[in-house]
Design a protein around this ligand. Structure first.
Ligand SMILES: Cc1cc2nc3c(=O)[nH]c(=O)nc-3n(C[C@H](O)[C@H](O)[C@H](O)COP(=O)(O)OP(=O)(O)OC[C@H]3O[C@@H](n4cnc5c(N)ncnc54)[C@H](O)[C@@H]3O)c2cc1C
Length: 435
């Protein structure tokens, strides 16, 4: 038995199948700040591994209307598949198409990419409406015994050698560990680590919309897009326009990135304007203009893409508070991995707490950082601009060059199995270094 392995802890998560087996309680208490995908996943995974979890979320209610399309790669979708009942609820609301059709900005077909064998090898992906997926996961967390307190504004974090805690709505709450899952605008970064780094503009913003597709179904330029689920991309210099028909073609989502020179303080999400959007798309295919024009004004959003410089550490000085998800490592959407990496964090932390045990929770959080840091950094770097910088003349000769890269090391990763595999060694190394 490796030192630091909590020998009593059942390895409940080491199989890929959803398990209804009850874990042995570890008596580790975890406070999680934020009920985004990072916070909810960490909470569900903590309960699956025998810990207790309380989430403190500043929103006063859950609102299914928030957001639009969000993508979960095979690496995070396998986390969903371990949660009993969740895949059955995700299947009918998520995108179901086996290919992506690429056109150039004028509407000329470049290439059609089929997912077939990749999907079979790496496992299924879930792409759907953020609010709808979030609601399913939120309800599952409650069913599993996660306590979720809404309307809770965390304003302070503290830790001692024996506990960690937060001040929330003026009340002091303590636990064995605190996880800061408070998103890209994280206050935990500053409060826990002392890094007062402002979010930075990326130079891009993204127009986005999610809408009913009935008007598109009546229009000759767009009706072929909504007869069933479909996925289409129009690519041009510095812009890519992606559209997906979902729920058998009944609903439609589109996004397009554009250059943005405004400062981050000018608001991160603003109502979009058809005229501004169409002006940026001057010379683009009539179908693209038709999609934008048929979007109800109240459904059009201009979402600023911000990022933060990488942090040197995600863990507090005494090791009882850790950042996870966007709070630790914001992603640009072009990596299509922000939410997936946020979920992997929670999966890894829950295993490490189980392996280290209640007396060694600080080692568990430090081990989480060691296991995750380089992988996250490498994944962040894949936020590719392969489409913006595409050489369109060359694409005529080599259309396959447009293919979305599907990296096995990202998508075929199992965060839980990996933590079980490398965790004992990492904990032993930490122990040795401290001796
Ligand atoms: C409203 C919203 C809509 C989004 N829509 C999309 C989308 O359509 N497509 C997409 O790809 N990505 C979207 N994202 C981003 C995406 O969900 C995240 O990048 C990713 O899932 C990482 O999740 P996270 O849990 O780390 O952060 P987040 O999803 O940002 O969650 C952080 C949570 O912490 C809470 N919080 C923050 N500060 C405090 C505090 N002091 N006290 C208590 N709670 C606090 C926030 O209210 C929020 O719920 C959206 C995020 C939000 C918040």
């Amino acid at each position: 038995m490796a030192p630091y392995m909590n020998s009593d802890a059942p390895l409940i998560g080491s199989s890929a199948a959803a398990s209804t087996e009850k874990p042995k309680p570890t008596s580790i208490r975890v406070i999680i700040v934020g009920a985004g995908f990072a916070g909810i996943t960490a909470a569900i995974e903590c309960v699956r591994h025998g810990h207790t979890a309380v989430i403190l979320e500043s929103y006063k209610s859950t609102n299914v209307q928030l957001g639009d399309i969000i993508s979960f790669g095979s690496n995070s979708s396998r986390i969903f598949r371990r949660w009993p009942g969740v895949p059955e609820k995700l299947d009918p609301i998520c995108h179901n198409s086996d290919h992506l059709t690429y056109y150039d900005w004028k509407g000329e077909h470049i290439y059609t990419q089929y997912w077939g064998s990749e999907e079979e090898n790496f496992g299924k992906r879930y792409n759907g409406h953020r609010g709808e997926i979030h609601k399913i996961v939120f309800d599952h967390a409650l069913e599993q015994g996660v306590e979720i307190r809404l309307g809770q504004q965390v304003t302070e974090y503290f830790e001692t050698e024996t506990e960690a805690g937060v001040v929330c709505n003026g009340e002091r709450l303590t636990a064995d560990v605190v996880l800061g899952a408070d998103g890209v605008r994280s206050k935990a970064r500053t409060l826990v680590l002392g890094h007062n780094d402002a979010p930075k503009p990326s130079g891009y913003a993204i127009y986005r919309a999610w809408m009913d597709s009935s008007e598109l179904a009546k229009n000759d330029l767009t009706k072929h897009l909504v007869q069933e689920d479909s996925h289409t991309g129009w690519l041009g210099p510095d812009i890519h326009f992606l559209a997906a028909a979902i729920k058998g073609g009944k609903e439609f989502s589109w996004v397009f990135t554009h250059k943005d020179t405004r400062d981050v303080d000018e608001g991160w999400s603003e109502p979009g304007n058809h005229e501004d959007a169409c002006k940026i798309l001057e010379g683009w295919a009539p179908a693209v203009h038709a999609i934008v024009r048929m979007t109800p004004p109240e459904k059009l959003v201009d979402w600023k893409l911000v990022y933060r410089d990488p942090l040197p550490t995600w863990v507090s000085p005494k090791g009882r508070i850790a950042l996870i998800g966007d709070a630790a490592h914001p992603f640009l959407p072009t990596s299509i991995q922000g939410a997936s990496q946020a979920m992997e964090d929670g999966s890894c932390i829950a295993v490490m707490l189980e392996l280290a045990g209640k007396e060694k929770v600080a080692d568990a959080l430090r081990a989480y950082e060691k296991i995750r840091y380089d992988r996250v950094k490498a994944t962040q770097k894949t936020a590719r601009d392969q489409w913006h910088k595409a050489d369109f003349d060359n694409l005529r000769k080599n259309p396959e060059a447009i293919k979305l890269k599907r990296e096995e090391w990202i998508l075929n990763h199992d965060a839980e199995s990996h933590a079980y595999e490398v965790g004992p060694k990492v904990l032993a190394e930490l122990h040795q270094a401290a001796a």
